[in-house]
Ligand binder design. Structure first.
Ligand SMILES: O=C([O-])C(=O)C[C@H](O)[C@@H](O)C(=O)[O-]
Ligand SMILES: [Mg+2]
Length: 424
């Protein structure tokens, strides 16, 4: 093994980028979203990139892991995983991870390992002169489709001028938002983030979207805001209208009870979020679509392991996202391009960030008719823009947010708000 492929240094930079006041079942997005940018550096200065959550507890774990993987070979991700598990030996897994309590029960080791694995694959691709999709088996599609991810939202963060999307608090506002996003990106599927208003209002919104966009597949995701009974009612109302219903009720048992009566597939990024959840979910046929997310399923290769399990057990695959930057979008795109059964349009929060706010050199990721063209340059195909990285790091230091907390931010303006779920 060449000493040139041993990890010499790891740099983790927390960054913050502007986010819009998007509503969900636990509150509202704060003015800034946090991320961590991971660089793994070899002795010859070749570097690989990863991106992950930016909450302080997660950052601390990333730093601890980073100190344990120096000197390991970038091709030996099994050894890197073991070192990371060791670094977490006395860690209870407590503290925020960047999902504001919406996604719980993920594997801490898989979350911490993920950006390091992506950075190793980026370097491996660079050294071999092939894109990451080739390391994952080769791309089966040249463009990865994403969905128009609609949110109920305020016109602006309190005290600020209206943002470019303005308010979406009813079907009219959502239709306007859908047109703007679809005109700009060409998306061919629509997801509505629900769990904000009483279910009948959200059903009405989906029906309005169906009338306005008769040919586009639709999805509704209330993030477990409904009881089993309410979920069954919604499932009847939206029978034949949505391609899947995402996390209507909490937990594997709740989803299983809804699935018994719902005619459409049920999807999840809440009930089944780690390998440990799969046996019981499969035994009960609780979910029919797993929303993979390499950030918490342990990286790109483990996500492909999940894909194989889904294939074996007759479940389909889609992809979940949180607010993210370009390194994550590149990784998501390579993964989906090389995973044949990840064939629903993937989720992305991309349209909600400012176009020019990123840490990568612009131009590497190209949107085309609702999808991202899979980069063919070596590695992930994206490079760091160090000036922008420094700017977003300064923004992190200045913004005063160290942990995503949609609930507390909502309560600042609506003290009566409770994040207790299910709500209806
Ligand atoms: O599909 C999902 O559940 C999500 O995308 C979770 C996210 O945290 C979303 O609800 C958000 O950003 O508000
Ligand atoms: Mg979801």
């Amino acid at each position: 093994m060449s000493s040139q492929t041993l990890i010499q240094n790891v740099v983790i930079t927390p960054v913050a980028f502007h986010d819009m006041p998007l509503l969900n079942s636990v509150g509202v997005h704060e003015p800034f979203a946090l991320r961590s940018i991971i660089e793994i550096i070899l002795p010859n200065n070749v570097y690989g990139l990863g991106e992950s959550y930016g909450d302080s507890a997660h950052l601390e774990r990333l730093q601890r892991a980073a100190s344990k993987i120096k000197g390991l070979a970038i091709h030996n991700t099994n050894a890197i995983y073991r070192a990371i598990v060791d670094s977490l030996a006395s860690d209870s897994g407590a503290g925020g991870d960047g999902m504001s309590g919406m996604v719980t029960g993920t594997s801490t080791a898989d979350k911490v390992f993920s950006p390091f694995e992506v950075a190793c694959l980026d370097i491996q691709g660079k050294l071999a002169g092939v894109p990451v999709s080739d390391l994952l088996g080769g791309r089966v599609r040249d463009t990865v489709q994403y969905s128009a991810y609609l949110f109920y939202k305020w016109a602006a963060h309190p005290g600020e001028a209206d943002d470019e999307y303005g308010a979406a608090l009813d079907p009219t506002g959502l239709l306007k938002q859908a047109h703007k996003i679809i005109d700009e990106y060409g998306f061919k599927a629509i997801k509505l983030k629900g769990g904000v208003y009483p279910p009948a209002q959200e059903v009405e919104a989906i029906k309005a979207l169906r009338t306005e966009f008769p040919d586009l597949p639709l999805r509704l995701d209330p993030n477990a805001a409904w009881t089993v009974e309410t979920s069954k009612w919604v499932a009847k109302e939206l029978d034949g209208i949505v391609e899947y219903l995402e996390d209507p009720a909490p937990g594997i048992e709740g989803m299983a009870a809804v699935a018994k009566e719902a005619n459409m597939p049920l999807a999840t990024n809440m009930a089944v979020v780690s390998f440990a959840h799969l046996p019981s979910s499969i035994a009960q046929d609780a979910v029919q679509v797993v929303l993979s997310d390499h950030h918490f399923w342990g990286g790109l290769r483990k996500s492909q392991g999940l894909a194989a399990i889904c294939n074996t057990w007759g479940m389909r695959l889609s992809m979940h996202s949180n607010s993210h930057l370009g390194i994550s979008l590149a990784a998501m795109t390579h993964l989906a391009s090389a995973t044949p059964n990840l064939d629903y349009a993937c989720d992305t929060h991309w349209p909600w960030k400012r176009r020019d706010e990123d840490v990568i050199v612009q131009g590497a990721l190209r949107w085309h008719e609702g999808g991202v063209v899979v980069p063919t340059a070596a590695g992930l195909g994206v490079e760091l823009d160090r000036e922008k990285l420094a700017k977003l790091h300064q923004q992190y230091l200045d913004c005063g947010i160290t942990k995503r907390d949609d609930t507390t931010y909502m309560q600042r303006f609506h003290p009566e708000f409770s994040n207790k779920l299910p709500r209806w």
